[in-house]
Design a protein around this ligand. Sequence first.
Ligand SMILES: Cc1cc2nc3c(=O)[nH]c(=O)nc-3n(C[C@H](O)[C@H](O)[C@H](O)COP(=O)(O)OP(=O)(O)OC[C@H]3O[C@@H](n4cnc5c(N)ncnc54)[C@H](O)[C@@H]3O)c2cc1C
Length: 392
Amino acid sequence: MTAKNYRSPDYYLTDELFNDEQIMVRGAIRDWVNVSVIPIIDEANQKHEFPKHLVKELGELGVFGPFIPQEYGGAGMDQMSYGLIMQELERGDSAIRSMASVQSSLVMYPIYKFGTEEQRMKYLPKLATGEMMGAFGLTEPDHGSDPGSMITRITDKGDHYLLNGAKMWITNAPIADISVVWAKDDQGIVRGVIAEKGMKGFTAPEILRKWSLRASQTGELVFDNVKIPKENLLPDVKGLKGPLTCLSSARYGIAWGVIGAAMDCYDTALKYSLERKQFKKPIASFQLTQKKLAEMITEITKAQLLAWRLGTLQNEDRATPAQISLAKRNNVQMAVNIARESRQILGATGITGDFPMMRHMMNLESVITYEGTHEIHLLITGHDITEIAAFD
Ligand SMILES: Cc1cc2nc3c(=O)[nH]c(=O)nc-3n(C[C@H](O)[C@H](O)[C@H](O)COP(=O)(O)OP(=O)(O)OC[C@H]3O[C@@H](n4cnc5c(N)ncnc54)[C@H](O)[C@@H]3O)c2cc1C
């Protein structure tokens, strides 16, 4: 219902800050979301089903690895376009954006940045089309915010490694053909390896009964003496810098993505408040409703400007991990608040699947937790400005 007459909020005329290509890319994804995501996404969430058929279409749209050079099958777009793509996908649903974020920033990006030429040629073109799906294994059952304490291990056996351990809460795990897995080597140094579906001893069970990201498949990655060929090691990075570099790219996409969810909630609430009458007047005429709407558009506008500036810095390769962290934290919190406030404007109707608020609200509970929790991002900013790490 929201898609037909969706009007993207742009209070500060930020559209003028984007070039023609960026606007075109955004328009293409926006149209696709209207046609292919909005009509099916409530049911997919209600049934806790991953809309598998969208993967091929996403590949055709160039949504997987949009910033990866064309020679490897990517679209060779800039970072601003990547951000706008994420924004439009998450207006549809955080699950769709999460799938695309993982594929692009957490699987294609490390293979491109830290992989061999053979690995790039073998995996990137297929990941770009969606012929192959990927997952990123960092979090473990007992090690979430503190991944440096991970216990998953690769043991050097001469012509191969043996991988042992388990990863938890992994987006795309049950559908992934390959997983970029972070594990400690014999020296205790974190390394990245590519584990392929079907390798003996490797299983990826789905985590069921989620109330959030119900249209996304989340799972475990379990490794029981899995033989990893030596050529599956990502050679060009050692230590936590590897996964953290990928997370910066993904967090950048999230900072944009959640604006889409917030814009959808705001637009829906604004329209509803103008139509719904109580006490013989539209509820939009009440000061308390106007306060909610005024605060929402203010926060969306601030988030849009933050994302645009971050995009500019990303394009110039100047955005720091701490700057990206700040935007992820601020924008996700903003979207969480707006989902809740906008739901209240719709009263009882707002709790149904006829409107997107509850779905966005539940999804955003994962988004505020994954890729670094809100608290950890506060500590990252705290560390950056005081030079004292509070989480060690
Ligand atoms: C749907 C979903 C998809 C996910 N996808 C992936 C994926 O694809 N790949 C992957 O590797 N991981 C993934 N994750 C895992 C996610 O990154 C972790 O859940 C997250 O890092 C937090 O870890 P935890 O859940 O173990 O919480 P914990 O680290 O146990 O934290 C619990 C609470 O304690 C707080 N806390 C922890 N340490 C501190 C501290 N020093 N100071 C103050 N507060 C603190 C946290 O902020 C949090 O509120 C996903 C999670 C979800 C929910």
